[in-house]
Write a new protein. Structure first.
Ligand SMILES: [Zn+2]
Length: 215
C-alpha cells in the first residue's frame, strides 16, 4: 500500500516533470495516484507544476469525494484505469501536442493507434488503442475503457489526447513522454514510407519487458 504522503509528493514531482517537458499546454491535463483505497487527483483548474501536496482531491474508486477540492471533470478516465487493474498505481492524462495530433489520424490497427515505430514505445507504453471521440468527462467513454477486453496500459482518446498508467507515478510519466515521442515520429513521417518493427520484433520486446502487445 502506498502511503498517502508519498503518493502526494510523487504527484507534485510528476506535475513539474510534465510541465517542464512541455506536455501540459495551457495548464491542461490531470494526474492521479492510488494510496491504499483512495485515489489522489489533481484538482480542477490546477496548474500541474504548482500542485499542493496537501490540497489534492481525494476520491474513492466509486467516485465518491472523500476530501479536497472538486476533481477535474475528466476524473472518470482515471477511475477506469484503476478499476481495470489493481496493479495500476498512477494515471496521467495530458493534451500534449504530438499525441493530440496523432489522435486526429486514423488508428494504425485496432489494437494500437500507433505502429511499433521504436523499441522504447513497445517496452514503455505497449499497444495503445484509439478510443472513439467523446466529450471530455463522458461517462460512457470511461466505461468503454474500463470494460475493454484488450490488454493495455495506455490509450489515445480521439481528437483529444493520451491517457497512460503505471505501477508507479514515475512509470506513468515515462509512458506519457514515450507516447509523445512515438507520436512525434508518427507525425514527422506521416505519408512517408517507413519501416516499422516487424510483428516478431515487437512481440519479442513485449515478451521480454512484460508490456501488452498483440500481433
Ligand atoms: Zn483531457
Amino acid at each position: 500500500m502506498t502511503d498517502t504522503h508519498e503518493a502526494a509528493q510523487a504527484l507534485v514531482t510528476a506535475g513539474k516533470r510534465l510541465v517542464d517537458a512541455g506536455l501540459s499546454p495551457g495548464s491542461s491535463g490531470n494526474i492521479s495516484a492510488r494510496a491504499g483505497d483512495d485515489i489522489l487527483l489533481s484538482p480542477t483548474g490546477s496548474a500541474l507544476d504548482r500542485l499542493d501536496p496537501d490540497g489534492l482531491t481525494v476520491l474513492r474508486l466509486d467516485g465518491a469525494l472523500i476530501k479536497g477540492p472538486r476533481p477535474s471533470k475528466e476524473y472518470p478516465l482515471h477511475l477506469a484505469f484503476y478499476r481495470r487493474s489493481t496493479q495500476t498505481a498512477a494515471v496521467v492524462h495530458v493534451h500534449s501536442p504530438y499525441a493530440a495530433a496523432a489522435s486526429l489520424l486514423p488508428a494504425w490497427r485496432p489494437h494500437s493507434a500507433l505502429p511499433p515505430l521504436t523499441p522504447y514505445f513497445v517496452m514503455r507504453v505497449g499497444q495503445a488503442p484509439l478510443i472513439p471521440y467523446a466529450a471530455p468527462g463522458d461517462a460512457d467513454q470511461a466505461r468503454l475503457i474500463e470494460r475493454h477486453e484488450m490488454a493495455f496500459r495506455a490509450v489515445l482518446l480521439q481528437n483529444h489526447g493520451p491517457v497512460t498508467s503505471g505501477r508507479t507515478v514515475e512509470e506513468a510519466v515515462d509512458a506519457t513522454i514515450e507516447l509523445e515521442e512515438a507520436s512525434r515520429l508518427a507525425i514527422l513521417t506521416a505519408g512517408q514510407r517507413v519501416n516499422v518493427l516487424t510483428a516478431e520484433q515487437a512481440r519479442s520486446l513485449a515478451e521480454q519487458y512484460g508490456s501488452p502487445w498483440e500481433v
